[in-house]
Ligand binder design. Structure first.
Ligand code: AMP
Ligand code: GLY
Length: 433
């Protein structure tokens, strides 16, 4: 049961995921104040319990001082950078409750080499791989592969904002990518170690868990749309839309994910002295019903959060509180028997160069569109005017009785938002219909 008291919650991050966290937290009866650091134009305009705090997500000491001075009861970390920097360790050693993995456990995301070696040790299904720390050995390895071993996937080991992966269709492309990673250093230090792995066939979906290190609760599985263009064409982005539940993840697939991946991951991390707590994002390739791990993330996804959280019927904050108090197994984590879709509106030019500071008009009718929720990402309030401030600007979510209905409603919501150069994909969720 949620404890009836007046909680102060601090949410760290500035995207649509964090706006969704704030929106959900504000609905919790036990929450009195929701601070968002640094937040965005959307969280700035929420009013009521929600207020922005002008602290960057990577300002560890500033965030801890704020949490102590303002007697924050629970902190929730959105993005990966503060996890990699050790924010959770810092808060815990100061006795502050926080949702997220420690720096060592967050290596499941921050070091692809760590994640691959961990999966190999634990027998967790994933693509076969090799690790290289210099270009010559990597090139020698690629040259030794037969032509039918391609495509091969080359990954910078460190954090790259989702952009450190090159799928090389041929040996020539792979060799060129190695030069770019080790000589031109397009990914900087993130590619001082490079993973070269086999290409997995199949379809992608993601599974999200909240865990106290031993017990876990599952959100609904979701599917992201990583490419900028319709029909999954063009460059990779942070994600241009998502929907949930993903029909690809049947009950049978989910059972295999829990048995072969999720439980061994939590057990293995605990046994190796890196007990994993917080949100765990498992990016999967599903081939003829068999799940393989493409990647782990040490957080919830963006834009996936904007569909999985509105489908959570139970009190989000009560579940988070239970997970830090070690009684996650006792709390309810029930989903609405509905679907959700979210469409991202980006600045023209994203994921390459784009301009910011464009005034945004939001038509009032959005509130009249039942089941539609606008989450802000790259927006800011400048002298009371809402302006664009990033590549992904909005994430428009709708919950509906069917996926079709939620997609249609989300697109009606998209039409109510205008700024110069606004771009969105027109086919979010289409492949699931
Ligand atoms: P990652 O950052 O590891 O999630 O990789 C980004 C994207 O590259 C994934 O979402 C997949 O679409 C693709 N990808 C990564 N690894 C593989 C693989 N081994 N086989 C096929 N596609 C992959
Ligand atoms: N949408 C992919 C991610 O959050 O990493």
């Amino acid at each position: 049961m949620p404890r009836v008291r007046s909680m102060k919650v601090l949410i760290i991050g500035s995207g649509a995921r964090e706006h969704a966290f704030a929106w959900s937290a504000a609905q919790s009866a036990s929450v009195e104040v929701v601070y968002v650091a640094p937040g965005n134009g959307g969280t700035a305009r929420m009013g009521g319990k929600v207020q922005n705090v002008a602290l960057k997500a990577v300002d560890l000491e500033g965030l801890l001082s704020f949490a102590e001075e303002n007697r924050v009861d629970l902190t929730v970390v959105g993005p990966e950078q503060p996890l990699e920097l050790g924010l959770v360790d810092r808060f815990r050693s100061a006795g502050k409750k926080i949702i997220g993995p420690t720096q060592a456990a967050a290596r499941l995301e921050s070091s692809k080499v760590f994640a691959k070696e961990f999966m190999q040790r634990q027998g967790i299904p994933t693509a076969g791989y090799h690790v290289f720390t210099d270009g010559v050995s990597a090139a020698q390895h690629l040259l030794s592969l037969p032509m039918d071993a391609f495509p091969q996937v080359l990954k910078a080991s460190g954090l790259c904002g989702g952009k450190g992966v090159i799928i090389a269709l041929t040996k020539e492309e792979a060799l060129r990518a190695i030069i770019e990673m080790f000589e031109t250093r397009i990914f900087g230090d993130a590619a001082s170690e490079v993973v070269i792995e086999d290409f997995l066939q199949g379809e992608e979906a993601s599974v999200f868990a909240l865990t106290d290190g031993e017990h876990y609760k599952l959100f609904l599985p979701a599917q992201d749309h990583k490419r900028i263009g319709d029909g999954d064409t063009g460059k990779n982005t942070g994600g241009m839309g998502a929907y949930a539940p993903a029909p690809l993840v049947t009950g049978e697939v989910m059972r295999k994910v829990e048995e072969q991946i999720l439980r061994p991951t939590l057990k293995g991390m605990a046994e190796e002295g890196n007990r994993y707590t917080g949100f765990l994002y498992i990016g999967l390739m599903i081939n003829h019903g068999e799940p393989f791990v493409v990647e782990y993330n040490a957080r919830l996804g963006d834009p996936e959060t904007q569909v999985v959280l509105p489908l959570l019927k139970s009190d989000f904050i009560a579940a988070l509180q239970a997970s830090v108090d070690g009684c996650l197994s006792e709390v309810e984590f029930e989903m609405y028997p509905k679907s959700a879709a979210t469409v991202v509106i980006a600045s023209g030019g994203y994921p390459d160069h784009f301009e910011t500071g464009k005034p945004v008009t939001l038509q009032a009718e959005i509130s009249a569109i039942d089941g539609c929720q606008i989450f802000h990402a790259g927006t800011a309030l400048q002298d009371g005017q809402l302006v664009t401030a990033g590549g992904r600007v909005f994430s428009v979510t709708a919950v509906g009785g069917s996926l079709q209905e939620s997609i249609e409603t989300a697109y009606r919501g998209v039409e109510t938002i205008n700024f110069e150069g606004a771009y969105h994909r027109t086919d979010i969720g289409a492949k699931a219909l």
